[in-house]
Ligand binder design. Structure first.
Ligand code: NI
Length: 142
């Protein structure tokens, strides 16, 4: 395990913003401003890369739906089979008599993952759906 070299650079920002940053650093128990800013940069890089065509992302798609809804389960299953290459794992929980919660772990090109999430979430009868994107871990060091 090799440690990554650090780059040092100075940042200018309004004093009030810097004060709020320091408060947040203290509230969250972070070591220093650098740690806080590095974390923000990672979050923004994930957000940016999740919209970058051809870039590999990982994430989860969460869906809540009523399994009694005609054709819905068949539609969701067909979509998942059509995109099996980017779905690593799925979890299905029966929330109550009617409602199901499904979590799909996905990994693939940003545009494919986004398209799959849109198709699933917009399927008629899905009550709520969300794509949560993270890094594949390959390009993020600490
Ligand atoms: Ni169920």
């Amino acid at each position: 395990m090799s440690r990554n070299p650090l780059t040092r650079f100075s940042i200018s920002m309004p004093s009030e913003l810097a004060e709020q940053l320091d408060e947040m650093v203290a509230d969250r128990g972070l070591a220093n401003r650098s740690q806080a800013i590095a974390e923000m940069v990672r979050n923004e890089l994930v957000a940016h890369k999740s919209q970058t065509e051809g870039y590999d992302i990982a994430g989860t798609i969460t869906l809540v739906y009523d399994h009694h809804r005609p054709n819905l389960q068949a539609t969701l299953t067909a979509l998942q089979h059509a995109h099996h290459a980017i779905i690593i794992s799925t979890l299905h929980a029966h929330l109550d008599h009617d409602n199901c919660l499904e979590v799909l772990v996905v990994r693939g090109h940003a545009e494919e993952v986004n398209a799959l999430a849109r198709s699933l979430i917009s399927a008629k009868g899905v009550k709520h759906g969300r794509l949560s994107v993270t890094t594949t871990g390959k390009d993020f060091s600490r």
